[in-house]
Design a protein around this ligand. Structure first.
Ligand code: NAD
Length: 509
């Protein structure tokens, strides 16, 4: 049965529950979708597309819970996330296994997915130091001004399939730690690990209604964008959907942040450490089957580094393709049959557009998993702007190689690309690295680091077409995203205070 087929919930397969008001409940919807293991096509569960009433109930429960949660002591909030980080550590193996089964990435990479989210939970447990206001003493005679960062109310998160643990954990811990309540809409392709995290969140002490989860696709997302009681939305996903969410939710008066699609370039200078660079490129282009928003999808080989293509191909050939559960596997399956069709379609088109197919990953042999959505590492050389494999996000294990005469030409190419999620340079020259970080118009820059995703002491800072909204997820920026700054100016009189009469000017006296 196709994963998108509408089906009733009344078969033998387990159903994914909604979380409303602290209860895991069965949806009353008539529309269901299969959650499928991409290595085997086994149906793991059925996920509901929630009804409007169910979305309304989730938001209503979050609204009610906000009345008390917003006034809950900082220490109480912090300790819940201390407990949650402990529970995630204790259940790491189980979380990774669920994630691999429904998403396909290898078990070690699935642990990495959970771990990068865990770091945000740890960060949320430091909320006491993060949500501090400011105070200026004696801004006028006897007058002090201070600011407080107050929670907004009900916030919502919409997440993509490629990091079903990390990205939900980018969102609800910081939103809730800052005093908001939350409605999460995970990807309908792999919602199971997200639900296990929600169970752990309740076990850690998140009160009923503070975290709610609804499932679905376009209709549920639109209901969230339109809902009058939702104050802010954090979205991660494709550029097309993110732009729609941003426009629709902004029009409805909400605060919105959207982290979206990418085309990440890595410049390779001829002086780079060759072995380290080839390892980094292969890992960043083909790891997670290229389904990372920060995957390197274009290698810009500068000058003599263009002669490294055969070495790059040889390196890519060392990667093992297989089911994410099997030991020693580097490249798992693509998430769905639709993703498989899209990625192989791009490879078909690339050759027609004049690029040279140096390594063809179509139809790899994966014994025991003949039905899996496997595509092996694929490398095109001679790629040029204008080709669809360069212009569009393939989101598969496909690396486009472009040549450049010097660093200026390489930087110009990257800055002309609309996307600004991530980029990297490989070089042993401090001067080249400094020029690159100074002149490149991309929000996250790696210097001999292929996937420069910041740890939560910083924020995720994709830019240009990869992002809409001013403030990024986690780090300091997200505290501002999930709070309203209120500034208080105060003066106190005692009986001895001398009156200066009526002040008809704007100045504080
Ligand atoms: P997607 O845009 O298809 O889905 C994202 C979310 O939007 C899902 O929850 C989905 O249910 C919902 N959705 C899908 N179609 C919709 C529609 N027509 N209307 C309203 N909502 C809809 O993205 P995906 O395929 O799950 O994830 C891959 C994409 O996410 C890639 O483009 C990748 O670059 C991007 N991504 C970006 C970042 C980042 O931080 N910039 C991180 C991870 C993934």
């Amino acid at each position: 049965m196709d994963a998108t087929t509408t089906a009733s919930a009344s078969t033998q397969v387990a159903t994914v529950k909604l979380l409303i008001g602290g209860q895991f409940v069965e949806s009353k919807t008539a529309q269901w979708r299969n959650v499928v293991n991409p290595a085997t096509q086994e149906v793991l569960a059925r996920v509901p597309f929630a009804t409007q009433d169910e979305v309304d109930a989730a938001v209503a429960s979050a609204k009610e819970a906000f009345k008390t949660w917003r006034k809950t002591a900082i220490g109480t909030r912090a300790r819940i996330f201390l407990k949650l980080q402990q529970l995630i550590r204790e259940n790491m193996g189980e979380l990774a296994a669920i994630l691999t089964a429904e998403q396909g990435k290898t078990l070690p990479d699935a642990e990495g997915d959970v771990f990068r989210g865990l770091e945000v939970v740890e960060h949320a447990s430091a909320i006491g130091n993060l949500q501090l206001g400011e105070l200026a003493n004696n801004v006028a005679t006897g007058v002090d001004t201070y600011s407080v960062l107050q929670p907004l109310g009900v916030c919502a998160g919409i997440t993509p399939f490629n990091f079903p643990a990390m990205i939900p954990l980018w969102m609800f811990p910081m939103a809730i730690a800052t005093g908001n309540t939350f409605v999460l809409k995970p990807s309908e392709q792999d919602p199971m690990v997200t639900m296990r995290l929600a169970e752990l969140a309740l076990e850690a002490g998140i009160p009923p209604g503070v975290l709610n989860v609804v499932h679905g696709g376009e209709e549920v997302v639109n209901a969230i964008c339109d809902h009058k009681d939702i104050k802010a939305i954090s979205f991660v996903g494709s550029t097309k959907v993110g732009t729609h969410v941003y426009n629709r939710a902004s029009l409805a008066g909400k605060r919105v942040q959207c982290m979206m699609g990418a085309k990440n370039h890595a410049i390779v200078m001829p002086d780079a450490n060759k072995e380290q660079t080839l390892n980094a490129l292969a890992g960043a282009a083909f790891g997670a089957a290229g389904q990372r928003c920060m995957a390197v999808s274009v290698a810009v080989l500068v000058g003599e580094a263009q002669q490294w293509i055969p070495d790059l191909v040889a390196k890519a050939k060392t990667l093992k393709i297989g089911a994410g559960t099997d030991k020693g596997v580097d490249v798992g399956p693509l998430v769905s049959c639709a993703a498989y069709e899209r990625v192989t379609g791009f490879i078909d088109r690339g050759t027609g557009e004049g690029a040279t197919l140096e390594l063809d990953g179509r139809k790899p042999s994966v014994p025991g998993y003949e039905k899996g959505n496997f595509v092996g590492p694929t490398i095109f050389s001679g790629v040029k702007p204008g080709m669809s494999i360069y212009e569009q996000e393939i989101f598969g294990p496909v690396l486009c190689v472009v040549g450049a005469a010097d660093i200026d030409e390489a930087i110009e190419l990257i800055n002309a690309n609309p996307n600004g999620n991530g980029t990297a340079i490989f070089t042993q020259s401090g001067a080249a690295a400094r020029k690159f970080q100074e002149d490149i118009d991309v929000g996250q820059v790696g210097i001999n680091v292929p996937i420069p995703v910041p740890v939560p002491l910083f924020s995720f800072t994709g830019s240009r077409a990869s992002k809409l909204g001013d403030l990024g997820p986690y780090g300091k920026q997200v505290v501002l995203f999930y709070t309203q700054t209120k500034t208080v100016t105060e003066r106190w009189f005692d009986d001895a205070t001398v009156s200066h009469g009526v002040n008809t000017t704007i100045s504080l006296k």
